[in-house]
Design a protein around this ligand. Structure first.
Ligand SMILES: NC(=O)c1ccc[n+]([C@@H]2O[C@H](COP(=O)([O-])OP(=O)(O)OC[C@H]3O[C@@H](n4cnc5c(N)ncnc54)[C@H](OP(=O)(O)O)[C@@H]3O)[C@@H](O)[C@H]2O)c1
Length: 171
């Protein structure tokens, strides 16, 4: 295939729907091989058929052992990783229990670190790790619930992830 991403492999953590799936479509159109992940295997199979890839893996991105196993099991090097999985929970704060609040506040941060830990060693020089935030971090709104705080917490972690990423072996 020809195109801007010919010869490259793009991994979509959350690639069976939404932004991840559309990115997979566009990466394929630019000649990339794509690997799609998500939790629901049926939705994943439909997405894979649509974009034309046989490379999929069904697991919860917040399951750190499964995430590590996924990267270890990749057959070759990769170039780009986009993470849209594991987004924050929208809804009134008082309707969430303590475990949900804890997960919403820490989920993205821990996922970013685990990705730095496990994806870096599989990436070719010049690769990218793209994590998804959201506009909810720019304002506080009753309907947004905890999502404003959870998203606003991400930017200070970016240099820390980058630092961890480099220590894990990526350029
Ligand atoms: N849509 C927007 O306009 C927008 C704007 C700014 C930011 N965002 C943020 O971008 C992210 C993605 O949005 P989207 O609209 O693309 O969402 P979406 O359409 O719901 O797609 C999410 C994808 O991630 C997978 N996924 C979700 N949780 C997962 C988990 N724990 N482990 C593995 N896979 C998981 C889903 O598949 P399964 O459910 O089968 O796992 C699906 O493939 C969210 O964090 C959202 O807050 C969205």
């Amino acid at each position: 295939m020809t195109g801007e991403l010919a010869g490259q492999t793009v991994v979509l953590i959350g690639g069976s729907a939404g932004i991840g799936l559309e990115t997979a479509r566009r990466a394929r159109a630019e000649g990339a091989q794509v690997v799609l992940t998500g939790r629901d295997p049926d939705r994943l199979a439909l997405a894979a058929q649509e974009v034309g890839t046989e490379r999929t893996a069904a697991f919860d991105a917040n399951d750190h052992a499964a995430l590590a196993e996924f990267f270890q099991g990749l057959p070759g090097p990769i170039d780009h990783v986009l993470v849209t999985a594991g987004g924050p929970h929208y809804g009134p704060l008082l309707e969430m229990d303590a475990a949900q609040v804890r997960a919403a506040l820490s989920g993205h941060v821990v996922l970013g670190l685990e990705l730095a830990r496990h994806a870096a060693g599989r990436m070719r020089p010049g690769g990218t790790l793209l994590l998804m935030g959201g506009t909810g971090g720019r304002r506080v709104g009753h309907g947004l619930g905890i999502v404003s705080a959870a998203t606003a917490a991400l930017p200070p972690f970016t240099p820390l992830w980058r630092w961890s990423w480099r220590r894990c072996g990526s350029t």
